[in-house]
Design a protein around this ligand. Structure first.
Ligand code: SF4
Length: 380
C-alpha cells in the first residue's frame, strides 16, 4: 500500500530554528498552489489503480488551508488512487490556527488524525523559539480537537532547548502526558548553521545544556512515557497501542510513497525523486506541463539494502534479518556482523539471530551504528 504525502509550504511566521521547505503565507499564492496540487495529484494516478492507505499533510502549516481545500485534495487523492475506506488521513496543525468550527470542518473534510506542533508547554521556551502559540493555547487546541471528535492526536515536543534544564523538559513531558495524546514525537533541537536562533542565543546569552543532559532528557522522558502506558516504537516516537503513525511507518519499513507539492520526496519501485523545491517554480511547472522532478534516480540494490537497514534500525522492534536477507538476497550478519559485534558487546545493539535492534540507550548512538551500513563494500 502506498502512502500519499502532500506538502503545504505556508506558515504565518517563520520560526527561528526552522529549516523546512516553507515560506510566509500569501493568500493568492496559496490558491494557485492548491490548484497545482490538485492537478499534480490527478495526473499522477496510474492506470493500475495503485492502492494507498495513508494521506499525510505536512508542512509548513497545513492547517492554514481552508477545510474545503483540504477536502478537495483528499477527494483528488481518492479519485486518482484506490484509497482505502479506512485510510489514515493526518494533518499537521499549529495550535494557534484552529477553532472548534475549523476542526469540525477538517474532520468533515476527511482528516482523521491531527499532529500538533506543540514543542514545549513552557511559554518562556516557546517565546525563545519564536512560536506563535502559548502553552495554554496548545492545551486548548488539544481539547478542541477532542471535542470535535478527533480520537487520534499526536503532539510534537522538542528537547534540549536553549536554557532548558532537565526538570523543565520533564515538566513539558508531564504536561503532555496529562493531556493524554494518542501519539507523541520527541525531537532533539538541531540547529542548522545559519539559524536565526543561533543569533538570538548569542544576544540573549542562552546556552544549551551539556550533551550528557540531552541524553538524560531523552532517557527520562522515555521512561515516563513507558510508565504512562505509551510504547516507544521508533527512536523519536511513542504511541498508545494501535496508534502508531501508519504513514511514517512506511518510511521506516522499506515502504513506498508518493509526495505531492514543492520539495516533496517520493520512492516507488526502487526509484526515488524529489519535486522542485521552490513554490513558484513548482506552480509554473505544473501549469506548463514542464519537468516537476528536480532529482530522480534509480536506487541500486546496494542503496536499497542500506536504506532498509538504517531506517529499519530506527524501529524499536528492529530489523527482521531473515526477511531482509530474503528480499535482497544477501547475508546481512555475514556482511556487517564483524563491525556490528562491538556494538552488541557494548549493549548498544541486540541481536538474537533474527531480530536486530538498538537498545534504548543504543538509540542515542544510532548514527554511529547506522554508519556501519555505509562502510562495508558489498558486491552487488
Ligand atoms: S511553523 Fe513549523 S514549518 Fe512553519 S516555520 Fe515554524 S517550525 Fe517551520
Amino acid at each position: 500500500m502506498l502512502g500519499l504525502y502532500v506538502h503545504i509550504p505556508f506558515c504565518s511566521a517563520i520560526c527561528n530554528y526552522c529549516n523546512f521547505n516553507r515560506g510566509l503565507f500569501d493568500a493568492d499564492l496559496k490558491e494557485r498552489y492548491v490548484a497545482a496540487l490538485l492537478r499534480e495529484i490527478m495526473a499522477s494516478g496510474d492506470a493500475d489503480g495503485a492502492a494507498a492507505d495513508t494521506i499525510y499533510f505536512g508542512g509548513g502549516t497545513p492547517s492554514l488551508l481552508e477545510p474545503w481545500e483540504i477536502g478537495a485534495i483528499i477527494h483528488a487523492c481518492r479519485r486518482a488512487f484506490d484509497v482505502a475506506a479506512d485510510a489514515e488521513v493526518t494533518m499537521e496543525a499549529n495550535p494557534e490556527t484552529v477553532t472548534p468550527e475549523r476542526l469540525a470542518a477538517f474532520r468533515d473534510a476527511g482528516v482523521n488524525r491531527l499532529s500538533y506542533g506543540v514543542q514545549s508547554f513552557r511559554d518562556e521556551e516557546l517565546q525563545r523559539l519564536s512560536r506563535l502559540h502559548s502553552a495554554s493555547r496548545a492545551a486548548d487546541a488539544f481539547a478542541m480537537a477532542r471535542a470535535a471528535g478527533f480520537d487520534n492526536i499526536s503532539l510534537d515536543l522538542m528537547m534540549w532547548l536553549p536554557q532548558q534544564t532537565i526538570e523543565q523538559w520533564l515538566a513539558s513531558v508531564e504536561a503532555m502526558i496529562a493531556l493524554g495524546p494518542d501519539h507523541a514525537s520527541l525531537y532533539i533541537l538541531e540547529l542548522y548553521p545559519n539559524a536565526p536562533l543561533r543569533e538570538a542565543m548569542a544576544r540573549g546569552q542562552w546556552s544549551l545544556a551539556p550533551d550528557d543532559d540531552a541524553a538524560e532528557m531523552y532517557l527520562q522522558a522515555m521512561a515516563r512515557l513507558d510508565a504512562a502506558g505509551y510504547e516507544q516504537y521508533e527512536i523519536s516516537n511513542v504511541a498508545r497501542r494501535g496508534r502508531e503513525s501508519r504513514h511514517n511507518l512506511k518510511y521506516w519499513t522499506d515502504g513506498e510513497w508518493l509526495g505531492f507539492g514543492c520539495g516533496a520526496h517520493s520512492t516507488r519501485r526502487a526509484v526515488r525523486w524529489k519535486n522542485l523545491s521552490s513554490t513558484t517554480e513548482y506552480i509554473e511547472a505544473v501549469a506548463s506541463g514542464g519537468q516537476l522532478r528536480a532529482d530522480c534516480r534509480h536506487l541500486t540494490p546496494r542503496e536499497a539494502l542500506e536504506e532498509a537497514l538504517f531506517t529499519g534500525l530506527r524501529l524499536s522492534r528492529g530489523i527482521d534479518v531473515h526477511t531482509v536477507n530474503a528480499r535482497y538476497n544477501v547475508d546481512v550478519w555475514g556482511i556487517y556482523g564483524s563491525r556490528l559485534e562491538p556494538f552488541r558487546e557494548a549493549g548498544v545493539l541486540i541481536y538474537d539471530g533474527r531480530l536486530l535492534r538498538l537498545s534504548r540507550a543504543g538509540m542515542l548512538l544510532a548514527n554511529e551504528v547506522m554508519s556501519v551500513f555505509l562502510q562495508v563494500p558489498v558486491v552487488d
